[in-house]
Design a protein around this ligand. Structure first.
Ligand code: A2P
Length: 267
């Protein structure tokens, strides 16, 4: 083959190098950042991607849920800062203009495609598990599929709710999304280790119907409701058990059903 244009070259499967556009710190342990989005990068709201930095001349990547919706030109991520953590202790020092590595293959089960249609969607999160829901509540497709959308966020302390509160508020005040989400998007926050109007683990508040009563909705049931769950492994297991006790069947991309959880999630 003399014509170089005819040469068969394998497309690169490694990460792309993206630029940090914005960083916002919420607490000593939590921050969000925005990255440039490559033209070829396609994902479904709720999916996660490998993301990281070159550390000691080697790429170090971890799974991160994309917190921005699929239509957005920029990519947003919400992260914890683990003191001494191999990636986040470096990532938390990134500033505007720095480079971050972004994987090419978004995947995940916290997607609308993995659920069958119903009246209401409950998105249940603890800690940085709110990230995929920050994406889904800003996607008009969520409101096309469900009449009511409830997003819950439970943290140890009140300050850790700042990001979710802000995303919900911005969504409701957004020029176009606000029109779609108003009256449909419902936010429930609770705190476990500080004074707050709503206190307790989300598992307790779901089991005793505190969450559904708060909005005047009937008890969680698979005839009308669908559930997405994101948080620590213990929280996932306990919330999944509540759903299964109430007759919900776990769904997947290949077999949509009543509820989904994200096992690969890392804050
Ligand atoms: P708690 O303060 O009672 O442990 P973490 O930062 O450890 O991931 O916790 C985030 C939130 O998730 C905290 O409010 C914590 O409550 C709660 N949590 C931890 N484990 C569970 C569980 N198994 N089920 C429900 N909520 C949990």
């Amino acid at each position: 083959m003399n014509n170089p244009a005819q040469k068969l070259t394998k497309p690169s499967s490694g990460p792309t190098e993206e630029t940090v556009l914005e960083v916002q710190h919420y607490t000593d342990d939590l921050f969000r950042f925005k990255l440039t989005r490559p033209d070829a990068f396609r994902f479904r709201s709720g999916e996660f991607i490998m993301l990281g930095l070159m550390i000691n001349e080697k790429p170090l990547l971890r799974a991160y849920s994309v917190a921005s919706p699929a239509w957005d030109e920029e990519l947003e991520f919400y992260s914890i800062k683990v003191k001494g953590g191999p990636l986040t202790s470096h990532l938390c020092h990134t500033e505007k203009g720095d480079k971050v590595l972004l994987g090419r293959k978004p995947v995940g089960t916290l997607v609308l495609d993995a659920l069958t249609p119903a009246k209401r969607l409950y998105m249940i999160s603890t800690g940085t598990g709110f990230a995929p829901f920050a994406s889904l509540i800003r996607d008009p497709a969520t409101y096309e599929m469900f009449e009511e959308v409830v997003v819950t966020h439970t943290c140890r302390e009140v300050a850790e709710l700042t990001y979710s509160k802000q995303v919900v508020e911005d969504t409701l005040n957004h020029e176009f999304l606000g029109e779609i989400a108003k009256g449909k998007l419902h936010y429930f926050d609770s705190v476990t280790r500080e004074e707050h109007p709503r206190q307790g683990r989300i598992t307790t508040l779901l089991e005793d119907d505190t969450v559904t009563n708060y909005f005047g909705f009937e008890s969680l049931n698979p005839n009308t409701d669908r559930v997405m769950i994101c948080g620590s492994t213990a929280m996932l297991n306990d919330t999944k058990a509540i759903c299964e006790k109430r007759g919900f069947v776990e769904g997947a991309n290949s077999a949509p059903a009543d509820f989904v959880i994200e096992r690969a999630f890392v804050g």
